[in-house]
Design a binder for this molecule. Sequence first.
Ligand SMILES: *Cc1c(COP(=O)(O)O)cnc(C)c1O
Length: 451
Amino acid sequence: MHSYDAAVDRVADKMVAYATDRIRMDPPLDGFRSPEELLADAGQTITARGLGGDEALRIFTDILAPATISQDSPRNLSFVPSGPTPAAVLFDLVVSASCVCPESWQEGSGVIFAENQALRWLADLAGLPESAGGVFVSGGSAGNLSGLVAARETAMRARDAAGLGRPARWSLVTSYEAHSSVKLAARVMDVEVITVPGDERGRLTGAALRTLFADGVPDGVFAISTTAGTTNVGVVDDLAGVAAVCQEHGIWMHVDAAYGGAALAAPSVRAIFDGIEHADSLVIDPHKWLFSPYDCAALIYRNPQLAKQVHTQKAAYLDVLQANDEWNPSDYAYHLTRRARGLPFWFSLATHGTQAYSNAVETTLATAHRAAELVDAHPDLQLCMTPELSVVVFRRNGWTLKNYEAWSIDVLARNIAYVVPTVHEGQPALRFCIVNPTTSVSHIRAILATL
Ligand SMILES: *Cc1c(COP(=O)(O)O)cnc(C)c1O
């Protein structure tokens, strides 16, 4: 099983051909099927004697892959899709073949050097100081949890040092529009969430925090978690206003820019992120809008030492890794073993240069704004708000949630698009999230023509 024999070699050629074909083609939208249908076609695939590589690959290519939606289809505008560059996807194959584990400098210095340069580009876009640094984790969810754990630990140590003891309950402050993973992180950490009403666009503002803190900051508040690009509508919180309040009260500012952070590279919208340079922790997912394959999320701290105090794992068998003062990526998040998930992003960034990234993000922003204009001009559609970033939310006159759901299933079945309904201000709506530069205005027109 471990020797690279003729049978493996034959299947290898087929796999490489499949992979390169998939990278070259206009990605198929595909769809989903029921477990019964899949069982009928694929059968029991785990057997004592094995199916052989040809048969296992056939089952994947003929049955499983077509039952799995492609996130990089230009007609997939659901949730937050993806638009990885061929360079990044190809390099992901190299990463897989390399079998490296960049958890520690000793094991992964070359890889970590490259990952850190890619992280530095993001830190510079945000205006974070030279001291900033972090690690690539699996996603925004893992990044938010790890960042907020570092915030709580920092607050705990400050209280301990001041002889204040522990609060009755720790709490974090955020907005209604914050991502579900922030609320999940709070549940995992057993901390309370204080939810602040947003302004007319749903943004968390410095003014709302001042109202909340009018009689002093509630005991136990360890972080304010802002969102720089809400998932549902793509709105950026009042980061400068929040930062001022955080600084006044010595509270950790977390910025969840999992979706929106890519737009830091776009000069046309950079100003709406002003204040992000004050972040104590920042999450940006290159697997969302920076053209990287799954999975890849950047977690960056203003002062990485603070994260290291809580995230470093200590054990007799790990002591050797802490012997020198070297950069161990495993020290900055809740993980140990890790894939070199920043490398495909690094390779594409190194290949194409940062200007190409700025241009590609601007392309998606322009497509989103054109889509909003087309919605606005459509006799049966109502635009819910002018997009700040690349999310377009709108309603079809007279439609209920049932109509939206039926339309969504129908356009997927007809291989036109993958667009799912959401809820905006209590009412069902449709939502385009445009992060793929290959999504064109003609794709948008074709979708709108079915409404
Ligand atoms: C997608 C998203 C997350 C979660 O990121 P994953 O990579 O899916 O774990 C967190 N915050 C925001 C704002 C997001 O859009």
